[in-house]
Ligand binder design. Structure first.
Ligand SMILES: Nc1ncnc2c1ncn2[C@@H]1O[C@H](COP(=O)(O)OP(=O)(O)O)[C@@H](O)[C@H]1O
Ligand SMILES: [Mg+2]
Length: 289
C-alpha cells in the first residue's frame, strides 16, 4: 500500500497475545513523536496494536520500550553484559485511523519465540548467554524482565524472547543472539521509585554512556511514565524533540539514497504529540498502514 510519501506493506500477522496484536510489515514510513520519518530502504517492523486502546497508550508503549532500550544501551556499552538484547524502537501512533488508533512500531526480530528452557534429553536448565546479567541488572533498576517469559501451560517453554539461532550446544548453552520483546503492562512490571532513583543517582555515568541529549530524553521519559500529568507542556515539547532526533538516528542506517548531503532520514510535515491541547480529537493524526 502506498501512503503519502512512504510505503507500508503488510507481510503477515506477526503474533497475538493477551494485550496486543502484532503485524509484521515492511515500511519506509514511520509516524511518531517529533515527526513522520521516511527512509529509502524498507525496514522489517512490528506494528503493535493495543487491544485496549486507552488514549495515548500507543505513545506510552513507545516510551516504555524507549526506556528499556536506552538502559540496554547503557548496560552493554558499559560491559555489564556483552550484546544488545532489546529491539530498536521506531515510532508510535495515537488517535490514528479508526482501524489502528493506538499502536507503536519497533524492529522485527527474526527468529523463534518458544524455545525450551530445559536442555534436550535432560532436566537441566539451559544457559542462555547474557540472560542472568540482563535480568539481574534490569531488576536492580526497577524493571522485572524475567516476568512473563515462560508459557502459562508449559513452564519449560519460553515466551517473549525471540531467539535468532535457537540451537543448544552440548554443554547446554544457547548463544547471545536473542531479543526480549513485549514491554506491555502485563509483561513487565516497573518499580517507578527505583527507576527514578537510578536515573537521578547515576546521572553522570549515564550521561557518559548515553551522551547528554539521550540522557535528558531518558530522564524526561521516566518522568512522563511516573507522573505524566505534572510534566509541563514545555518539557513535553523538549521530550518530543529529543525523541524525534533519536528516532532519526535509529533509522539513519536505512536512509541511504537521499542524496549526497549525507544519508539522512526525511521528515514530512506530520507529527504526533504528547501535548493534550494539540491532539486532534477525531480523525487520523497520521496513517498507521
Ligand atoms: N518484534 C518482534 N519480532 C518477532 N516476533 C514478535 C515481535 N513482536 C511480537 N512478536 C510476536 O507476537 C507475539 C505477541 O506479541 P507481544 O508483544 O508479546 O504481545 P502481548 O503483550 O499481547 O503478549 C509474541 O509472542 C511474538 O511471537
Ligand atoms: Mg507477549
Amino acid at each position: 500500500m502506498k501512503l503519502g510519501n512512504g510505503v507500508v506493506e503488510l507481510i503477515a500477522e506477526g503474533g497475538a497475545g493477551s494485550e496486543a496484536v502484532i503485524r509484521l510489515e515492511l515500511r519506509t514510513m514511520f509516524p511518531g513523536l517529533g515527526g513522520t520519518l521516511l527512509t529509502h530502504e524498507g525496514v522489517a517492523a512490528a506494528l503493535r496494536i493495543e487491544r485496549n486502546p486507552d488514549p495515548m497508550s500507543g505513545h506510552m508503549m513507545f516510551i516504555r520500550h524507549l526506556i528499556v532500550k536506552k538502559l540496554d544501551d547503557h548496560f552493554y556499552r558499559t560491559g555489564v553484559y556483552t550484546f544488545s538484547h532489546v529491539p530498536r524502537v521506531f515510532g508510535s501512533i495515537s488517535y490514528g485511523p479508526s482501524e489502528v488508533r493506538e499502536a507503536y512500531i519497533y524492529e522485527w526480530a527474526f527468529g523463534t519465540d518458544g524455545f525450551s528452557w530445559v536442555a534436550p534429553g535432560t532436566r537441566d536448565d539451559i544457559i542462555l548467554r547474557d540472560w542472568k546479567q540482563f535480568v539481574d541488572n534490569f531488576w536492580s533498576v526497577g524493571l522485572d524482565l524475567q516476568h512473563d517469559v515462560t508459557d502459562a501451560e508449559d513452564g519449560r517453554i519460553s515466551q517473549n524472547i525471540v531467539h535468532q539461532y535457537p540451537l543448544c550446544t552440548e554443554s547446554g548453552d544457547m548463544c547471545s543472539l536473542w531479543k526480549r520483546i513485549d514491554f506491555g503492562f502485563r509483561s513487565i512490571q516497573v518499580n517507578l521509585d527505583r527507576l527514578t532513583g537510578f536515573v537521578h543517582d547515576k546521572a553522570t555515568v549515564l550521561q557518559s554512556s548515553l551522551h547528554c541529549d539521550r540522557y535528558e530524553m531518558l530522564r524526561l521519559a521516566v518522568r512522563y511514565l511516573a507522573e505524566r500529568d505534572s510534566v509541563s507542556d514545555y518539557d513535553l515539547g523538549r521530550l518530543e524533540r529529543f525523541i524525534g532526533e533519536y528516532r532519526r538516528s535509529s533509522l539513519r542506517h536505512y536512509a541511504y539514497g537521499f542524496g549526497p548531503a549525507g544519508a539522512d532520514v526525511c521528515v514530512n510535515g506530520e507529527t504526533e504529540t504528547l501535548i493534550e491541547g494539540r491532539k486532534p480529537t477525531e480523525g487520523p493524526a497520521s496513517d498507521a498502514g
